[in-house]
Design a protein around this ligand. Structure first.
Ligand code: ADP
Ligand code: MG
Length: 397
């Protein structure tokens, strides 16, 4: 689960991290008052979307201006104008994909005097099973370019969970970033606070880009991107409250209500599978036969008829879907239940595209009987590659 920059900054501030004063604005008419509450003489108007690269992004609508989703204003009136231009418009960045994201919230922040822009992140390193600190002297808007062309400028340090964060970690990071004097102490304290927040709030990723050195020599968190472990949200009610459903894919949102593991993708073959491993294998084999999956969907081990129906509705609501492959291994799940669910779903939502069903496992004969006797135009498949071949053929001819 992701949150907005302004929410991330409020959270990090509560852990003692240095951030600028700012106000979130939902309606353009509130922008002037909000900006007036800040000191000036420089304001920064920042589009709040769940994607990075806003500064270098562009709006789809020409009236929102060409210059991206992070802009400087020299007066409260200018801040208001910029907020008006951005609200309700669609911002496209290298992280949003070509469709972009609608800007529904604006963050107006005090402007900072910057001498250096650094990169600092905490993440879960799955190889070492530890929290890693990643840092670079080359922070700012081109970090992807730095990673691609000069990866040696990105350093990483891992933290042993047995000892936890120690001051020497902070000193090592500070020295590698070329910090001096009081800045080293600030970095030691900042990293300690970030590490604490990371663990206590079940974060998956905490990226500060840039962490700036100001002209007065102090450090400040100027941008913050935080992602949380979705499976931990049951014990993080405060974090769960920060969820902005308008930022999420509507099909994924619907799926989460029915406890379905669904991820929307760009392809043309809708997949309904039980088990994450089988779902991955199904996606692979669809690609092998020359088509692309429209989604990842794991209906889970104990799916009911109702859940299968919902899953089917979500798949068919995707306009890109030109065919559906149901691939179920009945272990805990019985094939006849799946067959009944599929039939019920087809009767309820109709079937505009070819459907291939492959069943295997417990009560497979009963399941196949149910499908055969349903009178519906369902193509039966005997194994995984047969299923993939049949659905790709049905869609592509
Ligand atoms: P994004 O990473 O989505 O492009 P950032 O918040 O990192 O957005 O902003 C992009 C750039 O804008 C920063 O690298 C920094 O140079 C500048 N910037 C952002 N916030 C401020 C601020 N409060 N004061 C001065 N400059 C800022
Ligand atoms: Mg940034």
């Amino acid at each position: 689960m992701n949150i907005h920059e302004y929410q991330a900054k409020q959270l990090l501030k509560s852990y003692g991290a240095p951030v600028s004063d700012g106000r979130v604005v939902l309606r353009a008419e509130d922008a002037k008052t909000a900006a007036g509450e800040l000191d000036g003489p420089l304001w920064v108007v920042k589009a709040q979307i769940h994607a990075g690269g806003r500064g270098k992004g562009h709006f789809k609508e020409p009236e929102a201006g060409e210059k991206g989703g992070v802009r400087l204003a020299k007066s409260v009136e200018e801040a208001e104008t910029l907020a008006k231009q951005m609200l309700g418009k669609t911002l496209v960045t290298h992280q949003t994909g070509p469709a972009g994201k609608q800007v529904n919230r604006i963050y107006i922040e005090d402007g900072s005097d910057i001498t250096r822009e650094l990169y600092l992140a905490l993440l879960v390193d799955r190889v070492s099973s530890r929290v890693s600190i990643v840092c670079s002297t080359e922070g700012g808007m081109d970090i992807e370019e730095v990673a691609a062309s000069t990866p040696e400028k990105i350093l990483s340090f891992s933290i042993d969970p047995a000892t936890g964060y120690q001051a020497f970690h902070g000193r090592r990071v500070a020295f590698s970033l070329g910090l001096e004097g009081a800045q080293v102490k600030q970095m030691v304290a900042l990293l300690g606070n970030l590490y604490k927040a990371f663990l206590e709030k079940d974060m998956e990723q905490l990226e500060i880009n840039p962490l700036i050195v100001m002209t007065d020599g102090n450090l400040k968190v100027l941008d913050a991107k935080v992602g949380f472990d979705g499976n931990a949200m049951y014990r993080q009610p405060d974090v769960a409250n920060l969820r902005d459903e308008s930022e999420e894919d509507s099909k994924e949102l619907e799926a989460s209500k029915y406890d379905l593991n669904y991820i929307a993708l760009d392809g043309e073959i809708g997949c309904m599978v039980n088990g994450a491993g089988l779902a991955m294998a199904t996606m692979d084999i669809i690609k092998l036969y020359g088509a692309e999956p429209a989604n990842f969907l794991d209906v889970g081990g104990g799916a009911t008829k109702e859940k299968v129906t919902e899953a089917f509705k979500i798949i068919t609501s995707d306009k890109n879907v030109k065919g559906i492959l149901v691939n179920i291994f009945g272990g805990i799940m019985r094939c006849d239940i799946i067959a009944e669910g599929v039939i019920a779903a087809v009767k309820e939502v109709g079937l505009q595209v070819p459907l291939v069903v492959r069943l295997e496992g417990t009560n497979v004969e009963k399941g196949k009987e149910i499908i055969k006797n349903s009178g519906l135009n369902v193509i039966a498949a005997d194994n995984l590659s047969d299923g993939a071949e049949k659905i790709v053929k049905a869609v592509k001819g």
